[in-house]
Design a binder for this molecule. Structure first.
Ligand SMILES: *Cc1c(COP(=O)(O)O)cnc(C)c1O
Length: 389
């Protein structure tokens, strides 16, 4: 191959063009490199203020944030948690870490978010209420929480979900790992429900190398989260522990990167939305291709711009398209296999039809890095359009 062969275009990589290096230097210079430090405090305070949730606790990753969120919400072993079937496995693994069982909820077909109607129908018609608690009629287990996921950075229909949850006094934990910077009815995602969980993994819009955050409106839950992520140490000098805790803290080094990233929050989201708008315009006239958009209530973070490919009209399946793009050195990715099809979760209860499976069959996420150049995006667009021709 000549040196002019086109470069590889990744799906979603970090964009480190602000104060990241400067703040990392500061960590070294000040010796604050471990699990406490000024950047951890700043990272928490910044997000608490931006998401309008007074309590924020940084964690080592988003999965740990979800685990702790379930514990502070009162989820106990042997109970059940309603969770989106179309999500990254972490949302569901956290339920099992808490010793609970997931009940999967199918998606709506337009934005691929948890179908709130299925949740309402389940609680209204397939559960019974005893002493203010809700029990699954089939399994007899208590329903302990609901975990909606803002899939691909688009909010779930949270007001409808909260209305149902409030009726049954169920805590709602928003998995906002993909939706930091997004809004729902002009309210910030991550702060929409009782608890919000964020991720700062390398493929997310904002990275800290790795990291997570628990956000809540409740002081007691905020305090409990802090306690659990620091090994439930109730006396710092004597090392006295009153429950089983975890070593889930974020380091100051990671928080330093996270703080630098958040300084550019607005421009990162603008860039993600610009990428989505360009794909949308380019594919608008093409039969068999539909870019996932946003509802009138939503301001999406467009974490990954994603197309639905209808093979009979487009001429290729989404996996054939993926192969063609790979030949052009362009990375793309189908959505996650619906969780109920994964080995550890095959026997779990599932609400609804098979829309998550259909989305899995037809959806393909395209390069969406904050640093994606317009010429590179044009290369992706041309490759998609010619592949199906
Ligand atoms: C990335 C992600 C997580 C997990 O975050 P990590 O920081 O990788 O542990 C959880 N839920 C969803 C929906 C995600 O996309």
């Amino acid at each position: 191959m000549s040196s002019e062969s086109p470069s590889f275009i990744p799906l979603s990589i970090p964009y480190l063009a602000g104060n990241e290096a400067k703040y990392l230097q500061e960590c070294v210079a000040t010796n604050w490199v471990s699990s406490v430090g000024p950047f951890v405090d700043r990272f928490e305070k910044t997000l608490a203020a931006e998401l309008l949730t007074p309590y924020a606790v940084a964690t080592v990753n988003g999965t740990a944030a979800l685990h702790i969120a379930l514990l502070i919400a009162g989820v106990k072993p042997g109970e059940e948690v309603l969770v989106s079937d179309m999500t990254f496995i972490a949302s569901v693994n956290a339920v099992r870490y808490a010793g609970a069982e997931p009940v999967f909820v199918d998606i709506e077909p337009t934005y691929l978010q948890m179908d709130v109607g299925l949740v309402a129908n389940f609680l209204d018609n397939q559960c019974l209420t005893k002493n203010g608690q809700v029990f699954n009629r089939v399994t007899g287990r208590r329903i302990a929480a609901i975990v909606p996921v803002d899939v691909l950075g688009h909010p779930v229909d949270m007001d409808a979900l909260l209305e149902v949850a409030r009726r049954y006094q169920l805590p709602v934990i928003e998995d906002a790992a993909e939706s930091l910077g997004a809004r729902y009815k002009n309210r910030p995602c991550g702060g929409l429900a009782d608890i919000g969980c964020l991720s700062f993994n390398g493929n997310k819009t904002f990275t800290a190398g790795g990291g997570g955050m628990i956000l809540t409106h409740r002081e007691d839950w905020g305090k409990h989260a802090r306690h659990l992520v620091t090994q439930a140490k109730s006396d710092v000098a004597e090392y006295i522990h009153d429950e089983v805790g975890y070593n889930y803290r974020l380091t100051n080094i990671q928080a330093a990167v996270g703080c630098a990233q958040l300084e550019n929050k607005h421009s990162y989201i603008e860039k993600k939305r610009h990428i989505a708008a360009r794909y949308q315009a380019a594919f608008a006239g093409r039969a068999g291709l539909r870019l996932l958009g946003e509802s009138t209530d939503a301001f999406s973070s467009f974490w990954l711009s994603t197309v639905l490919v209808e093979p009979t009209k487009f001429g290729l399946t989404c996996r054939e398209l993926r192969q063609k793009l790979r030949e052009s050195k362009i990375e793309s990715r189908p959505l996650w296999q619906p969780i109920h099809l994964n080995t550890p979760y095959r026997d779990c209860q599932r609400l609804g039809g098979h829309l998550a499976e259909q989305a899995y069959a037809h959806a393909l996420s395209l390069p969406s890095s904050v640093g994606l150049s317009e010429p590179d995006q044009d290369r992706v667009i041309a490759a998609v359009l010619t592949a199906g021709a």
